[in-house]
Design a protein around this ligand. Structure first.
Ligand code: CP3
Length: 343
């Protein structure tokens, strides 16, 4: 069936004069209306698990800016919680979880099939958003990739170099491999249920893929992505998948072909010119304006937006940032980026 939504056209391999555009973390603290809804929810996790409010913050950036895609409002750490980990957020610091340091930690976890009761509010959010979205806007569901989710489950928090996860990976590979398998299987179930609820595209966030080198990258970033995408394609052959192995560098080359992803999202550590030659030659790419431009704005924002749009203009492209927009961003700069991009 011919696609009418710009995002789905790009994912089907179509080159468009003006690319579809959305922004990672487009619902967030840089928006006053997000802060108001979050205050109403009380805390971040209550916001994630209250479908009416999660749907409201998913819609806010669509109403304000008119992006071509909405992304489900949830978090990659809901899966560990559904598997039985404790999860809470410390204001101004970030997430905290119970830790997995050996085989005992795994014994406490539920099975991959047992996550749906806990995650039912997320599926309900998707249904509510689909009812409200304008017909030209696509809805993206998402999950964290197994390695990135494992780094939080092992350390119990975000870490600058993912050292605790690397230590378990090399020190107790049996436990580590079982954990990766469990997250992989739960992620297949979770994304499949998001698609059943109405997600039209799914994205895998491997935010810490860049700390996996050489063979470890193939084993823990590439192989789980391949397994998840293969299983999803079996169940939902028409649903495109975006993979984001952030800071993969040279490993971006061939990643789409090797995993079956329909699109690779690029961070802003690689140049658009390099990515055109090495990654976009295989299909759709997403990215990769530096998020800092949403804070600093001005002529540099205009120049970079046009430079990236023009660099990728010869093939399928989804315009986005190289990582999430930050809380200190100015919404006016988002409007300036959109005006520049769309002319
Ligand atoms: O993009 C969107 O607008 C959709 C929602 C979304 C959130 N988190 C909401 C959120 C998505 C897609 C994510 C993904 C996510 N969550 C990732 C992968 C992408 C990336 O940024 O690398 C990661 C690593 C997480 C884990 C996480 N959640 C951390 C480390 C933090 C704390 C840091 C921070 O920004 O505060 C969160 C919290 C979080 N997730 C917020 C939002 C809007 C801020 C919470 C708040 O309102 O206080």
């Amino acid at each position: 069936m011919a696609q009418t939504k710009k995002l789905l056209k790009a994912l089907a391999g179509e080159t468009q004069a003006i690319p579809p555009v959305w922004m990672m973390r487009q619902a967030g603290r840089y928006l006053p209306e997000y802060k108001a809804t979050r205050a109403k929810a009380g805390d971040f996790l209550s916001l994630c698990y209250t479908p009416e409010l999660a749907a409201e913050v998913t819609m806010q950036p669509i109403r304000r800016f008119g992006f071509d895609a909405a992304i489900l409002f949830a978090d990659i750490l809901l899966i560990p919680q559904a598997l039985g980990a404790d999860l809470w957020f410390v204001t101004g610091e970030g997430p905290r979880l119970s830790t997995i340091t050996g085989p005992d930690g795994l014994l406490m976890m539920k099975g991959a099939q047992d996550i749906h009761t806990h995650l039912a509010p997320v599926y309900e959010t998707i249904r509510l958003v689909r009812e409200q979205l304008p017909p030209e806007v696509a809805l993206i569901g998402f999950a964290g990739a197994p390695w990135t989710v494992a780094t939080y489950m092992i350390a119990g928090r975000g870490t600058p170099d993912q050292a605790p996860a690397h230590m378990l990976r090399t020190g107790d590979p049996t436990t580590f491999n079982r954990l990766i398998d469990l997250i992989t299987e739960a992620t297949i179930e979770y994304l499949s249920a998001q698609i059943d609820a109405g997600a039209e595209v799914v994205k895998l966030f491997d935010s810490w893929a860049g700390s996996l080198k050489g063979e470890a990258f193939d084993r823990y970033a590439l192989a789980p992505a391949k397994r998840i995408i293969g299983a999803l394609k079996n169940r939902h052959p028409d649903i495109p998948v975006i993979a984001f192995p952030r800071e993969a560098g040279e490993h971006y080359i061939g990643f789409a072909r090797a995993t079956g992803a329909d699109c690779v999202a690029l961070d802003n550590s690689v140049s658009a010119e390099w990515a055109v030659r090495n990654v976009q030659k295989d299909g759709c790419v997403q990215g990769n304006l530096a998020p800092s431009h949403m804070v600093t704005g001005g002529q540099a924002l205009i120049d970079e937006t046009l430079r990236i749009r023009d660099a990728f203009a010869g093939g399928p492209h989804i315009f986005n940032l190289g990582h999430g927009i930050t809380p200190d961003a100015d919404p006016e700069n988002v409007s300036l980026m959109l005006k520049t991009l769309r002319g």
